[in-house]
Design a protein around this ligand. Structure first.
Ligand code: AMP
Length: 181
């Protein structure tokens, strides 16, 4: 049975857009898995450790036959194959791949928590996730659209991710709180 899952991609080292594209190519090659939706790319100021380059973030929806733990294992391998080194928490990274949601399932294993523990705190995942599925709710019934409005209301403007306009090489503002996203 195919399961719908959402994966967050992030990069803040090297050719960031290329890194996001490469990661998607790898994900598209996972057996019995296909990418069904892809968000825009967003530029985000760093979170946690702020003395590093801006991040590019994106969320994709996949359909997969892999279990959550199998999926995690493949994603970690993709990160390693793309040259990611785990040096410091929240430090610079060529590619970061996180499982945000896996169907209606909750996973609470030492190496995997789903929904992703920071999902409801991070605009750089909430905004692209809601872009590709505006009606999404968590397994516990939490409506993410409402979460987004609350998080945006307590975030200063410069920390709100900007949608990257790839055609112009510039940025367009994301709608501010109170509007649809
Ligand atoms: P980080 O590099 O900060 O993204 O942390 C990666 C580690 O977090 C992985 O080695 C996983 O074992 C663990 N982890 C826990 N929950 C998740 C999740 N939902 N998606 C990806 N990694 C997770």
């Amino acid at each position: 049975m195919k399961n719908k899952a959402y994966i967050a991609l992030g990069s803040n080292v090297g050719e960031k857009e290329e890194n996001l594209a490469q990661a998607q190519k790898h994900i598209a090659m996972i057996a019995d898995t296909k990418i069904t939706r892809t968000s825009s790319i967003y530029q985000t100021v760093p979170w946690g450790k702020t003395d590093q380059d801006d991040f590019l973030n994106q969320v994709i929806e996949i359909e997969t036959e892999f279990s959550p733990l199998q999926l995690l294992s493949v994603l970690l391998n993709i990160e390693i194959n793309m040259g990611r080194q785990r040096k410091e928490k929240w430090g610079p990274r060529i590619i970061d791949l996180d499982i945000l949601l896996y169907g209606e399932q909750t996973v609470d294993e030492p190496e995997l928590k789903v929904p992703h523990p920071y999902l409801c705190e991070r605009l750089f995942v909430l905004i692209p996730l809601l872009e590709i599925n505006p009606d999404i709710v968590l397994p516990d019934g939490t409506n993410l659209k409402e979460v987004l409005i609350r998080v945006k209301a307590r975030t200063d403007n410069k920390s709100i991710p900007n949608m990257l306009d790839l055609n112009k090489g510039s940025h367009i503002d994301t709608p501010k709180s109170g509007s649809r996203l």
